[in-house]
Design a binder for this molecule. Sequence first.
Ligand code: FUC
Length: 782
Amino acid sequence: MKLIKTALFLLLILTAFSCMNDTKKVDDLRLWYEQPADTWTEALPVGNGRLGAMVFGGVYNERIQVNEESLWAGERLDTNNPEALQALQKIRQFIFEEKIEQAYKLGNKSFLGIPPRVRSYQTLGDIFIKADSTSPFTEYKRELVLNTGLCNTSYAMNGVKYSREVFASAPDNVLIVRLSADTEQSINARICLLREKNAAIRVIDDNTLLLEGQIMDDTNPLQGEGGAHMKFAAKLLVANSGGKVIADNDTLVIKNADSALLFFTASTDYNLDKLNFDRSIDPVAINDNILNPLKNKSFEQLKKHHIEEHRSLFDRVSIDLGTNDLAALPTDARLDSVINGHDDPGLVALYFQYGRYLLMGSSRSPGILPANLQGIWNEHFNAPWNADYHTNINLQMNYWPAEIANLPETVAPLVNLVDKWREPGRETARKTYGARGWTIHHNSDVFGKTSPRDDMRWGMSPLSGVWMTFLLWRHFEYTRDKTYLREKAYPIMKESMEFVGDFLIEKDGYLVTCPTMSPENAYKLPRTKEPAQLTYAATIDNQTLLAHIDHCIEAAEILQVDENDRVLWRQIRSKIPPISIGRDGTIMEWIKDYEEWDPGHRHMSHLLGLYPLSQITPEKPLLFEAARKTIAKRLQNGGGHTGWSRAWIINFFARLRDGEKAHENVLALLQKSTLKNLFDNHPPFQIDGNFGGTAGIAEMLVQSYGGVIHLLPALPAAWPDGALHGICVRGGFVVDMQWQNNNLTSARIFSKAGEKCIVKYGAKSTELETKAGESYDVAFAD
Ligand code: FUC
């Protein structure tokens, strides 16, 4: 009996051990399917931050839909309403008198940007690879391996095994497709490019296709003048081994090749410095400069280079949430099983890593622009919400995982664009509010539209620019890079603060924002019970202001600058309305205890102070409880119905240290808001939920704010054993830890910046003095 027990124990240990090792195994980091994609949201994404592609894995007709990050419709325009400054006083007066309808009408006429809407981020087009056979196929499989960034489709046909590998190489700035087979002379295919609008495709020689185009916009009073806008070009080169390639009209025909390599790249004449297209840029020449050096490189070299570089980012973090018993199922079947109520921690781990993969694919060098509402992947000419930059939660959420999930370089394109938005943002501050500094409203584009957008009912978010700077400050908090703080982040933050100083006005002894709103909810006007959005001093604004002033003061102290400004900022801070609790015990969303028009609204703006900010913490029990009630009320009334809203709720429950509720919402995100390729579903596809979900899973396992690192703050019972390596926390630390039976078993901290840290696990706490470049085992006194 004892022997059996010992053997069982050993088996258990071995199983546990192999489970731990499993986190590093490639198999766990794979999305895979047994049939080609029928729809775009079943296709698999690859991206290098500049080029994105969706691979369908078709056998008879492969479609690879491609994107280039800067291909947007529209142009740079001064959209500031010339009547705005004059209307401002009147709008404020109407709002203070609760004449909201009048404020709204005047605002839409005299305050809103002209034109009010942005245009869309657009698809570049498609690569099609048509087979010359219609014979039946077997052994079909397509997969995306997250830690190599390789997408592979394989099948057998007429006794030959075929394989099609696709990857977007960041170091070589190119999309590569390799067609191969286990039998010589088996590659026969017709390759063509397609773009339904505004482009011409032609064969340059037997191996090369060129697509050239220019966005020709129709005039739309809501979106601006039409005309000849962004220019773009794409080039596809075929390099065959064996057989031959010949041109047939606008198609390249591969005949009897042993293998073939397709190089694809695309460019536009967009110039970030000018926030506009720029005719001095030649997209055709850029493509040639990218493709020419590749001709001398072998496929093996290109692939190796790509994988090494990809892994240098991806492999920084590994996660194991225990059970991964369904890894052998295709991903769509796995998702179905979660939808049917089966818990699958392995799928949660995969989802987490997929979020990291998607952020790497859509926001990094060689790209220069941040991830938009669809990251970089979009098949439309007019995408949902134009796939724009929504700055009243969505763009911010895209970057929630960036620091914690150890991909700090993905923030650089965001910093670039925010920096460039300052110039038009200054004009908007001056022309709309008579203020210094810079501002932006609830959405924008690559052309820097900063005026109030769309309609006063959802465009009136004057502190969106301030909110964007939180991600810049956070990058410093995680890296403690003072040069970056001094040269990049602080000047942008300080200029936002200048705007704040001029924009705020006195009301009842407070300094308040006006006009404004609580994105994008309405309240019931006390007298008429009609819905109204416009208001003053919405809670989100007060939380934003308190945080921003704190960030600016801390930054100025660290940099030892602007002592007089700090005095002024402290004075402003003392007059910001506090966070209040309403009659029903929830956090008040507005300055008055109004009733919500939609108590289950997807936005939960008044909880910004809970997450991502850390104003509502267990140390403030009244607010903490009120936050809990606020979420409960939203959920009882149908909240969390979009993917991103659900993702935010995961982060809230993590901060509330409620692992069970956080886990419930992780499952709900997978069950209700996840598409077959694991893209987030708003609906339709919108990528913020992927990123918010990834951040939420991390936040359940480790948190850092207020100078303290919290280990396993919201660990659910469903993940009793696990390990997390390479996760980052504020203060410039990287954490590795393991847990068993819901208890932390080991933790090790690497210090990048040599700062002091306090680490807490439950009620236990320890302090560490660290040296830069050293690792420390964390031990807690019992
Ligand atoms: C905000 C949200 C919508 C959508 C849009 C892109 O306006 O309220 O749900 O996500 O952004």
